[in-house]
Design a protein around this ligand. Structure first.
Ligand code: PLP
Length: 370
């Protein structure tokens, strides 16, 4: 009998039974007191995750968590489109697919100066400092670059943005809920995360954390109608969304963040770091090389492990490896865009057990030898 299906893609990630069951309850109106209670639970749990993701659970920021009917790409656009307009300058840091996505979004709404290095390389902080000027309205950056499995130096860039009084918008999609994230210490003004990543909720909704400083500069008039931040902030005070809420997904998210609070962020961060180390050590023991060998202010991710495919399993030959993994009832991801056929990626976001981590390593080892 084949083993149970194991989802190791960097999102969506496996759900707990409690989170799954939450989606199976009778429907209510999104304007009912019952729904408002759900929104409030989700919001309280998210505010815990956004502001207490430190090893000592100390508070590192104040603001409002919004839940959006849409994945994090919508949250990224909400942030940029409300804080910049056609006359504003946005500096976008790009060293992977999601940094590029932020640049493309910003390009639709503002004037963009990209600071770009090869996917997987570290940023040159001097080049970042030169790009941010007194005229910069917003700096965008991805904390954990899912496409390359690297953690970018958010604190250093946040300090540079603050020196020039630019707002700092950070995509924490694959770090928030799994790794450290420090709003005030790192000078973050808006942070974005997705439900289906380290929060371990189903896909379809996302969360945006807005500090007072960012809220004061938001201009909903310049944003797409559905993403008017001021409107969302006003409705969030009533524990509602401006438009019809994805009720079952909000319920599941509320359960997921309560599970995180019960585990506690310090224990959760520690567990994610141990599991990422286990994946790295396992792949290393199989003779595989990490992708890339992080250097400079960039570190390897604690939630997504990217590994180079070995000689003979690259390019067109990679398909047989991924088939052999699938035959073992395990799902993992290849590389994105030009990294397709070059790397594979596994996630330890959410609530993986040690046995599941070991099975991931074993499956890769077996598939390489098939
Ligand atoms: N940013 C990062 C770093 C991601 O990993 C993802 C999803 O993989 C996203 C943003 C948002 O993607 P989506 O809107 O498709 O959920």
């Amino acid at each position: 009998m084949s083993e149970e299906f194991l989802l190791l893609n960097p999102g969506p990630v496996p759900l707990s039974d409690r989170v799954r069951r939450a989606m199976d309850e009778p429907m209510v109106s999104h304007r009912s007191a019952a729904f408002e209670a759900t929104y409030e639970r989700a919001q309280d749990g998210l505010e815990y995750v956004f502001t207490r993701s430190t090893l000592d659970e100390r508070a590192t920021g104040e603001g409002t968590a919004l839940v959006l009917n849409g994945t994090a790409t919508m949250g990224m656009e909400m942030a940029v489109a409300n804080l910049a307009d056609g006359d504003s300058e946005v500096v976008a840091l790009v060293n992977g697919k999601f940094g590029r996505r932020f640049e493309r979004i910003a390009d639709r709404h503002a004037r963009v100066t990209p600071v770009e290095v090869e996917w997987g390389e570290s940023f040159d902080l001097d080049a970042v400092a030169d790009a941010i000027t007194d005229g910069t309205a917003v700096v965008t950056m991805v904390h954990n670059e899912t496409s390359t499995g690297l953690l970018n130096p958010v604190a250093e860039v946040g300090a540079l943005a603050r020196e020039r009084d630019a707002l700092f918008v950070v995509d924490g999609v694959t770090s928030i809920g799994g790794d450290e994230f420090r709003i005030d210490d790192w000078g973050v003004d808006v942070a974005i995360t997705d439900a289906q990543k380290a929060l371990a909720a189903p896909p379809g909704v996302s969360a945006v954390f807005v500090t007072e400083r960012a809220a004061a500069r938001a201009d909903g008039e310049s944003a797409p109608f559905y993403e008017d931040m001021e409107w969302h902030l006003r409705k969030a005070k009533q524990h509602q969304t401006p438009f019809t809420s994805a009720v079952p997904l909000f319920r599941a998210l509320a359960e997921a963040v309560e599970e995180i609070e019960a585990e506690g962020m310090p224990a959760r961060i520690d567990r994610h770091r141990r599991q990422a180390r286990a994946f790295r050590a396992g792949f290393d023991a199989l003779g595989l090389e990490p992708f890339p060998n992080a250097a400079g202010p960039t570190e390897r991710s604690n939630t997504v492990t990217a590994t180079a495919l070995p000689e003979g399993v690259r390019g067109d030959d990679a398909a047989a490896f991924f088939d052999a993994v699938r035959e073992r009832n395990v799902s993992l991801s290849g590389g994105q865009a030009h990294l397709g056929g070059e790397i594979f990626r596994v996630s330890n976001m959410g609530g993986l057990t040690p046995e599941q981590v070991l099975r991931g390593v074993r499956t890769v080892g077996e598939a390489l030898n098939d």
